[in-house]
Design a protein. Structure first.
Length: 104
């Protein structure tokens, strides 16, 4: 009985310590778009702005959803789920890139 109470106390103290550590947070730093005129901006412009947010990304997203729908119709549910989710991510990639960035 005493071992059980000791384990409960240790667990509660650990949970309280973790909770207090989580309360002490710092600012989040997100990577923004590169400075125009640099090599990184050229790569960002081609990869994100022209391909991912352009017609290539849209067609890839729609095709992934269509493949997922065909797989679902053929009763292959497990391969259909990642296809549909990936297509939806491709279609909303611009919002995801803007929202997430790379948060540190």
């Amino acid at each position: 009985m005493l071992k059980y109470l000791f384990a409960v106390k240790i667990t509660l103290c650990g949970m309280i310590a973790i909770g207090l550590a989580l309360l002490v947070t710092t600012d989040a730093f997100a990577i923004a778009a590169p400075v125009p005129g640099t090599f990184a901006y050229d790569v960002y412009d081609i990869a994100i702005l022209k391909m991912l947010q352009g017609p290539i990304g849209f067609v890839a997203g729609v095709m992934a959803i269509v493949v997922g729908a065909v797989l679902a119709i053929r009763s292959e549910i497990m391969p259909a789920i990642p296809a549909v989710i990936g297509g939806a991510i491709l279609l909303k990639a611009d919002a995801i890139v803007q929202t997430l960035g790379a948060v540190f």
